[in-house]
Design a protein around this ligand. Structure first.
Ligand code: B12
Length: 384
């Protein structure tokens, strides 16, 4: 769609005003051809297997790497960012082993819902003013939001691969509006990480094989959210009490000193998700899980995967009192839960109890993976 320079300037002024009104903290514009390096880097990520079981990344490779393959009519891409900065250092909770640590982004209402609604409002205003067509995307569409945000100038992709901004540090959500309108692009941002490697060194599971490259299979965010099966043994202790996502690489970023806490009205944390007791979470059955996490992104992973995570944190808690709810989960209907309960039990009860329960468990358990958990949790104590 052809737009005259003065019309484009007026449209941009409208977009800026609407974005501010909708509560976005930053907005900038880029073009669909502005991320020429991204397709090859994305292909390398997939070729190396770094996407793990996120098959949807491999399946959408072409569309994801090239915005104009996703939507040939797109002429401009508006990238919007919303600050979700915490009002405390999220790593502090790691010292409270009886509590579960939920990553900052998941302590509020699901940002997909919050941001998508607001992007749609702005997109509606663009069409009303300039005509043409628009599409809005946040997170789940095959769009590479971070390189697009860097190309638009909102920040740069840090060594932890997330977008870092001078004003908001590492605490930004991203969303995009694709439009057929021609808008003048903003200038791309350059890298300001320098020789810093704080985020790389902060990773508990060594998920960065090199700066700017993440092996998702080792990332606690992937292991606790995307991974549907048992959590590999090598990561269980390192996960500590992190029960949904991880903030360590973000929280280590020195640029956060310029960030401010997100406002209450927008994306403030739910009080009951700031430091939930593991004992309470272990009690959640399916219905209680869905009710408690209504409107939260955590609901997406379902009760069984969530309880799996809580059980790993419970095993790491060293709190023998938690063996009581763990014993109750040894007979859970979900093999995923039973397997994680075995691991937690092995770390909380004396040898004699474990040996006795393993002997009984191995007699009655039919699931091969759960049987393997009985054997591996304490190889010296479990006899087939
Ligand atoms: C898949 C995914 C994940 C996966 C994989 C993460 C990843 N880094 O790829 C997992 C589940 C692990 C994950 C975790 C998290 N995620 Co996520 N995730 C996504 C998603 C859906 C796609 C990302 C993607 O395209 N990955 C593929 C890789 C190849 O792309 P890339 O990360 O851009 O990789 C680039 C670099 O490697 C770089 N590169 C490679 N080599 C080199 C060399 C040099 C020299 C340079 C300069 C660059 C470079 O080029 C690549 C292409 O740009 C986006 C939403 C979206 N649609 O964009 C959200 C998104 C990236 N996630 C987000 C968030 C908040 C998180 C978590 C913080 C959540 C949490 N607290 O647990 C963690 C952070 C972990 C981390 N350090 O990345 C936000 C990030 C916002 C921001 N400020 O950047 C996004 C944008 C969602 C959103 N709409 O806000 N996520």
């Amino acid at each position: 769609m052809r737009t005259s320079t003065s019309d484009a300037a007026k449209l941009r002024a409208l977009i800026d005003a609407e974005a501010q009104r909708a509560g976005f903290d930053a907005i900038a514009v880029t073009t669909p051809d502005a991320i020429p390096l991204a397709p090859a880097r994305l292909a390398e990520f997939v070729a190396d297997g770094f996407h793990g079981s996120m098959d949807w990344i491999a399946e959408t490779l072409e569309r994801r790497g090239e915005p104009s393959t996703l939507w040939p009519e797109v002429r401009s891409i508006i990238v919007l960012a919303m600050n979700y900065g915490p009002d405390h250092d999220p790593r502090d909770l790691q010292a409270r082993q009886d509590r579960g640590a939920i990553s900052v982004y998941a302590q509020n209402r699901d940002y997909h819902d919050v941001i998508k609604g607001r992007l749609k409002e702005i997109a509606g205003k663009i069409v009303a003013r300039a005509g043409g067509d628009v599409k809005v995307f946040v997170d789940t569409a095959p769009v590479m939001e971070k390189p697009l945000a860097q190309a638009a100038g909102l920040g740069w992709q840090g060594k932890h691969t997330n977008l870092v901004s001078r004003e908001h540090g590492s605490w930004l959500f991203l969303g995009t509006i694709f439009t057929t309108a021609e808008l003048a692009p903003d200038r791309a941002e350059i890298d300001h990480c320098g020789s810093c490697r704080a985020c790389l060194d902060a990773c508990p599971t060594d998920a960065f094989p090199a700066p700017y490259r993440l092996d998702a299979r080792r990332c606690i965010s992937y292991l606790t959210i995307e991974n549907k099966g048992p959590i590999p043994h090598e990561f269980r202790e390192k996960i500590g009490n992190r029960i949904y996502g991880c903030d360590d690489c973000l929280a280590a970023c020195p640029w956060n000193k310029f960030a401010r806490a997100a406002s209450e009205a927008k994306l403030a944390a739910r009080d009951d998700l700031r430091e939930p007791p593991l004992a309470d979470l272990l009690e959640l059955d399916d219905a209680a899980f869905r009710a408690f996490f209504s409107g939260s992104p955590i609901k997406r992973i379902g009760r069984d995967r969530f309880i799996r995570n809580v059980l790993i944190a419970t095993g790491n808690s060293g709190d023998a009192a938690l063996a009581i709810p763990v014993r109750g989960l040894l007979d859970d209907a979900s093999p995923l839960v039973r397997g994680a309960a075995i691991w937690a039990l092995a770390r909380l009860v004396p040898d004699a109890e474990y040996a006795e329960r393993a002997a009984t468990g191995l007699k009655t358990e039919n699931d091969a993976a759960v049987r393997e958990e009985w054997r591996l949790a304490r190889p010296d104590r479990a006899h087939a």
